[in-house]
Structure formats: structure tokens, C-alpha cells
Design a binder for this molecule. Structure first.
Ligand SMILES: *Cc1c(COP(=O)(O)O)cnc(C)c1O
Length: 376
């Protein structure tokens, strides 16, 4: 029997809701339900569904009016969209190294990366574990910078009681099927600064005031601003709403699996064979992923091969953006990237999905233990 890296979790209501959808295009009943759910649960000022987190990040770049040459500080250890969304507007990603404990942006390196061209900081909440937001917000305030949270992995997680995506000026969620709460493709922009509410609606609707038109605030709609089509179909929103309704129980289920891994790997960590994820005590994470850190690339390759032989799919990421072809062309680094380079060689992600049963978990744990004893 083989064990996949992810298995989709359905709440059971997705198909009913899709059948109940009364339109195919966006911004119907289910889109509004999702907006209300996100606004109520997170406390953000305004939520707007998008067709992806990538789209929400692209909207953010438009909202803060990124101009060619503007610099945006972010980690190199992230998914391409974090950087690409700003490069599309001519922005220049400036990479800082990550912290060895959470693998998040090292906030102590931010000030050294700031130049007169810096416009924003983009913290990425890796694995649903929050970045050090108090420090980041303080620096942003002192230098008059925007903070855009890439909370693609951070849905249902929080920092000192504040829900991720609601802490910066803007936040971006992903509902891609590889994330915790899913709609296949999907995302949301969370707006926490009132100056962006109206413009965000315009940018999302092809640069027109169509949303105002539908609310009867204007009698025809026209081209108002540079924009694009960032909204999802109602079918996606219907599917997503079924997931949001169960978001708390899905998160609880995932945390149970995460904790089972964590407890069972304590011994390997004590023996110095692996390092387990570190969660600061003021962060409530969402069990987006379970990873272990091996001693080096060879150890990781060895254990991955063994897992594969036993039918267990494991994965690693990221190729750091600063060493990718496009990263070299469009971005620059600030300081060294030692942690980014080292940790991206050592990380191994294990299967984690809401419906994983205990015997599957135990089999994975057993094979990991076995392979490490062989390496040692
Ligand atoms: C998944 C992910 C994205 C992109 O999400 P999409 O919804 O697929 O566009 C962006 N940033 C991070 C950190 C991610 O993990």
C-alpha cells in the first residue's frame, strides 16, 4: 500500500453547494457567504475572494502602487509567487535570510536591507507559524513601509491571539488543494487598512467600478484604474464555503496528526538525528505541514529514497529564490543566505492530511526511524 503526500479532504457539502449555486460567474451568494465568514472569523476589515493567493499578492502590488525599481523585502525561502507578484509591476525583491528556528524571515536583518527605494515588507508565515510580527510592524512604522502578509499557509493560525492575514496592511490566503482549507485553486485578499477597500474592488473587477454598479451606487460602470480579473467563479466559492464551515474541525484534525508525529520524533531529536519544528509559544499554528530537518543533503536523499522504496511519498522545497534563474535576474540579496541555503538542503516534509489514520502515521514514523538508524 502506498502513502501519498496529500489526500484531499471533503466535508461532504461541497457538491450540494455547487448544485445550489445560481450563477457561474463570480460575486454571487456563495462568494458573499465566504466574504462574511472570513471577515467574521478573522476580524479583517474586508475580505475579497480571488482565484489564487498569487492573485491576492498581485492585487497587493497594485494596491500599494509598486513602481519600477521599488524594493520589497522578503525571504528567499518561499514560493515563487511571493516575489513574482511584485516583479510583474517592475518591483525588485530584496531577500533576507531566515531564522534557523521557525525558518521564517529573520526580522533582525530587516533594517540593514532597507534603502530609500524600499516600499514594503512581505513576511511569509512558513508552515502556518507566524513571523515575528511585532518587530516587523515596528520597523515598518518607523520607515513608513507597507506590510503584506503572505499567509498562503497561515489560514486558521494566529500570532499572540491575532489571526494571520489580519496583522499587516494586507494579507493573502491560499485555498489551493495543497493547503489546509481548499477549493482546488483559490485565495483571498484580506484588507486591514481602510484606504484600500474601494480600490481593491475596482482592481479585482478589471479596473472597473462594477461592484458599485451592482450595489446601485452608480448607474453605469466604467474603466477607473489599472486592474485585472482576480475573482473566482461561484462554483469555486460554493466549494470553498463548505470547507470554511468546517475549517475549525479540519484544523483540529490536522493538529492531532502533527502532534502525533511530533511526540514520536522527540527521541530521534534527543539522539541528535533530526531536528523537529520549533513553534514559539505565542504562535498558534495550523498544522499546515510536518517537516524534519536532517543533518545534510546526503542524509535527506538517503531517507527520501528509503521512504519511496516503502511506498511513502515525501517532498522537499524550496529551491531558494535567490539561486533560481529568474531570482538572479530580477532580485537581489541583502546579507548572506547561509540559513536559507543550509536548511533548504536539510528539510524533508512528511505526508500530512486531515484523514490520515493512526496506522498510516505509525508506518511513516517507523520507516523514518529505521532509515535514520541505518544512516547513523
Ligand atoms: C501556496 C503558496 C502561494 C501560492 O498560492 P496559490 O493559491 O497557489 O497562488 C504563495 N505563497 C506561499 C508561501 C505559498 O505556500
Amino acid at each position: 500500500m502506498s502513502i501519498p503526500f496529500v489526500k484531499l479532504h471533503y466535508t461532504g457539502k461541497e457538491w450540494d453547494y455547487i448544485q445550489q449555486a445560481t450563477s457561474l460567474c463570480g460575486d454571487g451568494f456563495f462568494t458573499r457567504q465566504c466574504h462574511t465568514w472570513i471577515e467574521n472569523y478573522t476580524g479583517c476589515l474586508k475580505a475579497l475572494l480571488t482565484h489564487s493567493c498569487t492573485a491576492a499578492l498581485e492585487m497587493s502590488a497594485l494596491l500599494i502602487d509598486i513602481q519600477p525599481g521599488d524594493e520589497i523585502i522578503m525571504p528567499s525561502y518561499t514560493f515563487v509567487s511571493t516575489a513574482n507578484a511584485f516583479v510583474l509591476r517592475g518591483g525588485v525583491p530584496v531577500f533576507v535570510d531566515i531564522r534557523p528556528d521557525t525558518l521564517n524571515m529573520d526580522e533582525t536583518l530587516l533594517e540593514a536591507a532597507i534603502t530609500p527605494k524600499t516600499k514594503a515588507i512581505v513576511p511569509v508565515h512558513y508552515a502556518g507559524v507566524a513571523c515575528e510580527m511585532d518587530t516587523i510592524l515596528d520597523i515598518a512604522k518607523r520607515y513608513n513601509l507597507f506590510v503584506i502578509e503572505d499567509a498562503a499557509q497561515g489560514v486558521m493560525a494566529s500570532y499572540k491571539g491575532r489571526i494571520l492575514g489580519t496583522i499587516g496592511h494586507l494579507g493573502a490566503y491560499s485555498f489551493h488543494e495543497t493547503k489546509n482549507i481548499i477549493s482546488g485553486e483559490g485565495g483571498a485578499l484580506l484588507i486591514n487598512d481602510g484606504q484600500f477597500c474601494e480600490l481593491a474592488e475596482i482592481i479585482r473587477e478589471k479596473g472597473t467600478d462594477r461592484s458599485h454598479f451592482f450595489r446601485g451606487q452608480v448607474d453605469k460602470y466604467t474603466w477607473q484604474h489599472v486592474g485585472s480579473s482576480f475573482l473566482p467563479s461561484e462554483l469555486i466559492a460554493a466549494f470553498l464555503y463548505a470547507q470554511l464551515e468546517e475549517a475549525q474541525s479540519i484544523t483540529k484534525q490536522r493538529l492531532k496528526i502533527w502532534n502525533h508525529y511530533h511526540t514520536n520524533f522527540a527521541e530521534l531529536e534527543a539522539e541528535g538525528l533530526i531536528r523537529r519544528p520549533i513553534i514559539p509559544d505565542y504562535c498558534q499554528h495550523n498544522a499546515h505541514m510536518y517537516y524534519i530537518l536532517l543533518s545534510d543533503l546526503d542524509a535527506r536523499s538517503h531517507i527520501m529514497a528509503l521512504l519511496k522504496k516503502r511506498g511513502i511519498q515525501s517532498v522537499f522545497h524550496y529551491i531558494p529564490l535567490h539561486s533560481s534563474p529568474a531570482g538572479k535576474k530580477y532580485s537581489r540579496v541583502s546579507g548572506n543566505m547561509n540559513n536559507t541555503d543550509n536548511l533548504s538542503d536539510c528539510i524533508l516534509r512528511l505526508p500530512l492530511y486531515a484523514d490520515m489514520d493512526i496506522s498510516t502515521m505509525n508506518k511513516i514514523i517507523e520507516v523514518v526511524k529505521e532509515s535514520l538508524v541505518v544512516v547513523a
